[in-house]
Design a protein around this ligand. Structure first.
Ligand SMILES: Nc1nc2c(c(=O)[nH]1)N[C@H]1C(S)=C(S)[C@@H](COP(=O)(O)O)O[C@H]1N2
Ligand SMILES: [Mo]
Length: 378
């Protein structure tokens, strides 16, 4: 049933395998960086049993770098993915639509790849703006679909290997047959695609790469905007933390020798300083100057064994992230503080007054605010 209009005929010279390969190469790099840094983020935030006690607390900027790269590569992938889909969409209309079982399976795997890839960049982008217009929870679904992308991408590259090889470089044998005049068009298209990816990167990456902070035209966060020059993800009001008064605040440390401290007693313990970033999973990060009591000192007072894990419990009454745990590498790191001061001033209520956890190389979501209790776990 070939009508006059269907299937459509594409005469554009840029919808060919050479263009698809050139863009696919860039997109592949973005996806690999995004996938690997995403796996790192997942293990850091939800350590499986085998990793729970082996996660390193150094380098202090580790998670800041990997999560900054995760969000930046995901954002750069958006124009690359759109360009790639534009280059190959005429293949949607191949005729006949199915030639063999093998052909059907190949088309099915491309459908899975496209759907999963679009899903990942779309949900990831909306997560950076904290907008969740869907009925499932973001983290487990974004994580599971990442494996779908990875699996179907490996399959896609394997199936297309001969074509990719033939069109990998300008001197590849497969491209010799192309008319000369295609060169300038293709170069313009690729330059535009690279420029678009560069533009979205430069106008968002400053939310984490602070020297570029004044170019964050498209980023949901400016790293300076917030009390004490630091962004806030969940305010005290949103977490259902009322006014915490200095007289009534108590810190409880549960362990072999449990004890409770008033805020004045906490201030009376040796104070230490650390320059450490908050690195939010949503892609913004900022370094700050923290002062407070070392968690290792509190654990020593409580008689904790050297390899103890620690649970940190917030006074918040609403929402998630009120409890976090850390392995002994974090608990024993001299830079891990129960911070009382931020950038030289008492913590603002939204930053966790009167006390919040700050540890090196740790996802922001685990830097628990409004800490009321530390529990030594065996
Ligand atoms: N108790 C508690 N602590 C919390 C949160 C929270 O919702 N509740 N949010 C976390 C998240 S997601 C981040 S990124 C950091 C942000 O810290 P800040 O608001 O001081 O910048 O706090 C973390 N600590
Ligand atoms: Mo966060």
């Amino acid at each position: 049933m070939r009508s006059r209009f269907f299937p459509p005929v594409f005469k554009g010279r840029l919808h060919d395998a050479r263009t698809a390969t050139s863009i696919g190469r860039l997109l592949g790099v973005a996806f690999v960086v995004c996938f690997v840094t995403g796996l790192i983020s997942h293990v850091m935030q939800h350590p499986p049993a085998w990793a729970a006690d082996g996660l390193p607390s150094r380098p202090v900027w580790g998670y800041r770098l990997t999560q900054g790269l995760h969000v930046a590569s995901g954002i750069a992938a958006i124009p690359l993915l759109l360009a790639k889909l534009w280059a190959v969409y005429p293949r949607l209309f191949v005729w006949p639509p199915v030639r063999s079982v093998r052909h059907a399976l190949e088309r099915l795997s491309v459908a899975v790849l496209v759907a999963a890839a679009v899903f990942e960049v779309a949900t990831g982008l909306l997560n950076t703006t904290q907008w969740y217009p869907w009925p499932f929870s973001f983290v487990p679904v974004h994580y599971a679909v990442a494996w779908l992308v990875a699996g179907s991408l490996v399959l896609h590259i394997a199936v297309k290997a001969p074509e990719i090889r033939a069109h990998w470089s300008r001197r590849s044998p497969g491209t010799l047959a192309l008319p000369e005049e295609d060169g300038p068009d293709r170069r313009s298209l690729l330059a535009a695609v690279v420029a678009a990816a560069g533009a979205v990167t430069v106008t968002t990456v400053g939310q984490s790469l602070t020297p570029l902070k004044d170019l964050t035209l498209l980023a949901p966060r400016h790293p300076d905007h917030g009390p004490q020059g630091l962004p806030v993800n969940r305010t005290a009001a949103a977490a259902g933390v009322g006014r915490i008064s200095a007289e009534h605040y108590r810190l409880t440390v549960a362990g072999p020798r449990p004890f409770t401290l008033t805020l004045d007693e906490l201030r009376g313990l040796p104070q230490h300083e650390a320059e450490l970033p908050i690195a939010c999973v949503e892609g913004w990060s900022k370094s700050a100057h923290w002062t407070g009591v070392r968690v290792m000192d509190l654990l020593a007072l409580a008689g904790a064994p050297p390899h103890a894990r620690v649970r940190v419990v917030s006074l918040q009454t609403r929402g998630g992230y009120g409890v976090s745990e850390m392995g002994h590498e974090y608990a024993r790191d001299p830079l891990t503080l129960l911070a009382l001061h931020l950038n030289g001033r008492e913590l603002a209520p939204d930053h966790g007054y009167p006390a919040r956890l700050i540890a090196p190389n740790r996802p922001g979501v685990l830097q628990t605010k409004w800490v009321g209790r530390l529990e030594v776990l065996s």
